[in-house]
Structures are given as C-alpha cells and as structure tokens.
Design a protein around this ligand. Structure first.
Ligand SMILES: *[C@@H]1O[C@H](CO)[C@@H](O)[C@H](O)[C@H]1NC(C)=O
Ligand SMILES: *[C@@H]1O[C@H](CO)[C@@H](O)[C@H](O)[C@H]1NC(C)=O
Ligand SMILES: *[C@@H]1O[C@H](CO)[C@@H](O)[C@H](O)[C@H]1NC(C)=O
Length: 219
C-alpha cells in the first residue's frame, strides 16, 4: 500500500515540476498582461527592467489630438519582442485614458479603469520588427491637456524595458467635433476576449494550486 502510494506521489511530483518548469520557461504572461499590472506596467518576472536604452521606441502620427480623431502609434525597432503593455497617460496621472481599436491580430485590449484603455498581446510569439501599428481613440470626456503613450516591452523572459514614452500630444482646444457619433463600439469584442483570457488564467492557477495542495498531502 505504502510503496504504491509513493509511486503515485512521485508521478505527481514529476507532473508538478513539469508545470512549474514550463511556466518558468515561457513568458510570465504568455496570453497578455493582467489588469493587476495596469498601474505598475511591470511584468512579474522576478527580474528588474533593463537600465540601458531601449531598442524600442513609440512614435505617433500627430503632436496634437482632438476628440473624434484617431491617433496611430508605432513600435519602432528592428528587433522582435514577445509582449507589450501600451497605454495613453496624462502627464499627472497613472490612469490609462482613451481606448484601443482596430487591433492587429494576436493583440487584445485590457480594461485599465475604463474599457479597452490598454493594449497587450494575446499569444506567446515573437512579433514586431516595425510591423505593428496600433490605433488609439481619445476619450469622449475628460481628455487631458497633455498626454503621452507609455509602453512596457518584453523581449524575452529576463529582458524588458518599461516607461518607454512617446513624444507629448497636446489637446487641440478648437475641437471640430465635440460630440462624436461613436460611443464605445468596436472594442466590445476584444473586451470579451480579454475577459475569457482572464478566466482561463484563473482556471490554470486554480489547477496548479490544487496540484500543489494534493502534492503536499502526499509527502
Ligand atoms: C493618424 O492616424 C489616424 C488613423 O489612421 C488617422 O485617422 C489620422 O488622420 C492621422 N492623423 C494625422 C495627423 O495624420
Ligand atoms: C525609433 O526606432 C526606429 C527603428 O529602430 C528608428 O528608425 C527611429 O529612428 C527611432 N526613432 C526615434 C525617435 O528614436
Ligand atoms: C453635435 O454638434 C453639432 C454642432 O457642433 C450639433 O448640431 C449637433 O446637434 C450635436 N449633436 C449631438 C448629438 O449633440
């Protein structure tokens, strides 16, 4: 009875080790950043950000913005990256403003305060090399006087840069269309996808926790 039980525990131990090694090998957030990092914008890797200059930069297609007009944001680099968290922030707050629409594939929006106010990856893969173009829509109300786009870019598990900022965009007070005709359409689908991803991540952590409890009961 007892030897048989030991074998069972050994098997469980191997499976658990495999899960842990696998989780360590892949990106900490293979399916995108969770909302818990909305403010810090830091991946939970156990290592700090790179202190050398970032090979990634954020470029925008305007120096002013106004209600109802979209802004294009580019990740400039010849290098590939695996993960990203991207937000527009006013000069005096860590709150994400506006929303991301027309996402390229393998990206999703994240609710950081308001719906779709952050953008992150949705799968573990190398991407970039100057090909990703993101589209941001200003908020309908409460647009800050000055904002910048902020990004954290993860190259691989031990290498990431944070507080990558675009040049400043100033609110154009001579708003041509103060009342946009588009409330918040276009992002609801992505929001739903992000929700199910959160749910999946929750399930995985419950399973891993259950296995650990099971294992602890064995030894
Ligand atoms: C920036 O890009 C957006 C989206 O393509 C476009 O609608 C907008 O007119 C562009 N702005 C400028 C100043 O070129
Ligand atoms: C941003 O990165 C691209 C690609 O590496 C580079 O061509 C461009 O000059 C950079 N822009 C700035 C402002 O550093
Ligand atoms: C939007 O503004 C225009 C004039 O700027 C006005 O004629 C129109 O009634 C407004 N629409 C709404 C929904 O408030």
């Amino acid at each position: 009875m007892l030897p048989h039980k030991r074998t069972g525990c050994g098997y469980l131990w191997s499976v658990w080790l495999l899960v842990c090694v696998f989780e360590r090998c892949v990106d900490a957030y293979p399916t995108g950043a969770p909302s818990s990092v909305c403010v810090s914008m830091l991946p939970n890797h156990g290592v700090g950000p790179q202190s050398t200059g970032s090979p990634f930069n954020l470029t925008v297609n305007a120096s002013t913005y106004r209600h109802g007009e979209l802004i294009t944001v580019y990740i400039g680099s010849s290098e590939t990256y695996r993960g990203i968290l991207l937000q527009a922030r006013s000069a005096d707050s860590s709150a994400a403003v506006g929303s991301w629409i027309n996402l390229p594939s393998h990206f999703q929006t994240l609710k950081c305060g308001t719906e779709a106010s952050a953008l992150t990856h949705s799968s573990a893969r190398d991407r970039g090399g100057g090909k990703d173009v993101f589209t941001w829509r200003p908020p309908n109300t409460g647009a800050p006087q000055v904002l910048r786009f902020w990004a954290t870019v993860v190259k691989d598990e031990d290498t990431f840069w944070t507080e990558i900022k675009s040049s400043a965009l100033h609110l154009d007070a001579s708003e041509s269309s103060p009342n946009g005709s588009d409330p918040t359409g276009g992002s609801s689908g992505s929001g739903g996808a992000a929700g199910s991803k959160d749910h999946l991540a929750g399930c995985v952590s419950v399973i891993v926790t259950a296995m650990c409890v099971w294992l602890a009961a064995c030894v």
